[in-house]
Every structure is written in C-alpha cells, then in structure tokens.
Design a protein around this ligand. Structure first.
Ligand code: ZN
Ligand code: ZN
Length: 322
C-alpha cells in the first residue's frame, strides 16, 4: 500500500510568506557561498546533502487530504482518499492526469464535516466530469447536507446539484467493518466537537489508521486500551498531533485535538510500526514542526520497550510505501 499526503495542515491552509522565503534564500546563500556551485546539478546535490529539511522543504500547506493506494486500485480506476480539505484540489488534478479521460471511482472517507475537511471539494475537478463516480463515506447524519451547503449561495457560485459526476453518499456505522473495492475499512467514533471518526484500513496485508481531529483523555478508564486496540499492529498511524502535550492538557483541553506525546504513547501500546504527525498547528512554522519531530523521536527513544516506532512529520507531497 502507498500513502500520499496532499494536505497536512490543521484547521486552515497556510503558505510560506515572502519573509519566510527571503529568510530561506539568505540562509541558503550564506551556506552556499564558500562553494563553487556554478551548475544546477552541483547546486541540487549541495541542497540534497547540506540543507536541513526546513530549508529545502516546507511542511505545507493544504488542509487535510490523504490518499491510500492499494496494489490493485489505481490501475483498476479506483481511488481512496481521506478528507476533502484544500489538498483535494491537487489530488483531483493527479487523478485526472492519471486517468486521462478513462472513468474512475473515487471512494472518499470523511473524518467529519468541519470546514477545513470539506473546503477542497468545490475545487476537486473530477466532481465536474461525467466519467467519475464519487462515493462519499462517513458516519455523520449531516454528511450530504454539509457538502451541499458549502456550495449553496452566497458561499459558492456552482451549486452541488449541477455537478456532472455521479455522486452518492454512503453512511457507515462505527465499529462495523466494510469491504469497499478490495479495501477493508472500520470507522471509530472519536472525541471532537460534533464528533469525528477515525478509520482503520487494511489491504495488501498492510494496516493504516487515519485518526485526525481527535482528543484523548488518557486518564479515563479504558480510553488508552480502546485506541491501542484500534491502532493495533498498524504499519502506519496518521495522528492528530496539533498541540504540545502541555497545551493539550491545559489551555487547549477540550479543543478537540491531541499531541505528539499522546501519539507516541498510543502507538507504543498498540505495537504500531510508524507514526505520522499530522494536522499541524497553523501557527507553527517549518522550523517549529521540525523541532517537534526531533523531540518526538527523542521521546520515542527514551520510552522504547519493544520495537522501534518510526516517526515522521507529514508534509504535502510526502509518499510512504508500506
Ligand atoms: Zn481539522
Ligand atoms: Zn475539526
């Protein structure tokens, strides 16, 4: 299974400012000055070898959107994606390019209906094409209403009813396991304002858990065990690590999000192999997220009892092959 991150920022999309860009250029020029980088090839090699991640990359970017690709899916014209945040625009372009006019089915799994998770849908171009079948899965009663509402006047000029794709809404029941185009999926209710749902996916003998916009009260009886069971033996857990632990349990308690520290604890309990920090706080710049990643890796080392838990911070454009 392959996982592609199209949108990794929490709550609202962010982009680099001109100041961020200028500061990077300055840092890069100072680093490069002693070296004779007079060709693009030399410069590229230098960047790859000597620039830290937060100088050569950006965590981005778009709000929540993560694609899962099983061995059989894309060639069969089947796509799987979690959430339709602003990253869905780029995901849609990817699907159109890959299909080149051939019909396809896109299975969409919605964690919940907050705006940062649906805002990309009006810009998801397959929705405007008759050769596409979109199946929008979710557990909320208002699933269809939310998608229609954001395209109603005065919010958007193109009403949902005029979309050319064949679109169906599929209500799922938490705790039930479904088989959808060769992928097994189990939703789970999570603590968040208005409820959110995590998904456990299984295909190609790999297990991926998508769990965002989810607050954890680990002091409550049964809570850690419930999540450890849902995450058990996962090859990858995509985890809402929006806040620091201090914020998550004090000023931002009950804001509906979790932390990197809780992510490590639950993944270790579950015997998960990889943890992707996700739904990054919009106020954190690339250096702050890189720092959080380093601290999370140190924490994992200090608390490790069994096998190593590999930790990454998700960024727009990251692909993980499982
Ligand atoms: Zn969110
Ligand atoms: Zn939310």
């Amino acid at each position: 299974m392959r996982v592609r991150f199209w949108g990794t920022r929490g709550s609202i999309p962010v982009s680099l400012t001109w100041r961020d860009l200028r500061d990077r250029l300055v840092r890069a020029m100072v680093l490069a000055a002693p070296h004779n980088l007079d060709t693009a090839g030399k410069a590229q090699a230098f960047v790859a070898k000597h620039f830290e991640f937060s100088l050569s990359h950006t965590f981005g970017g778009h709000s929540s959107c993560v694609e899962l690709e099983s061995a059989a899916s894309a060639d069969a014209g089947q796509y799987f994606v979690c959430d339709m945040g602003s990253g869905a625009r780029a995901f849609g372009e990817h699907v159109l390019a890959r299909q080149a006019g051939r019909p396809a089915t896109v299975n969409i799994f919605m964690s919940h209906l907050h705006w940062d998770h649906i805002m990309g849908f009006p810009f998801f171009r397959p929705a405007y094409r008759p050769e596409y079948r979109l199946r929008i899965h979710g557990c909320h009663e208002q699933l269809e209403h939310a998608f229609r509402l954001q395209q109603d006047p005065p919010c958007f000029p193109v009403p949902f009813s005029t979309l050319a794709a064949s679109i169906e809404f599929v209500r799922l029941t938490p705790g039930e396991t479904y088989r959808i185009d060769g992928l097994s999926v189990t939703p789970m209710l999570q603590l968040h304002s208005g409820d959110s749902y995590g998904y456990r996916f299984e295909a190609d003998e790999r297990k991926v858990v998508y769990t965002t916009d989810s607050e954890h009260k680990l002091e409550e009886a049964g809570e850690p065990e419930k999540y450890a069971f849902f995450f058990r033996d996962a090859d990858l857990v995509i985890f809402d690590a929006m806040y620091s632990l201090a914020d998550a349990i004090s000023v931002k308690a009950d804001w509906g999000h979790s932390s990197n520290v809780i992510g490590v604890e639950l993944c270790q309990m579950a015997g998960a192999k990889r943890l992707a920090l996700y739904h990054h706080e919009p106020a954190n710049d690339d250096q702050a997220i890189a720092r959080i990643l380093e601290e999370t890796r140190r924490l994992e080392e200090l608390t490790r009892e069994g096998d190593r838990l590999e930790i990454v911070a998700a960024y727009d454009g990251l692909e993980i092959e499982l």
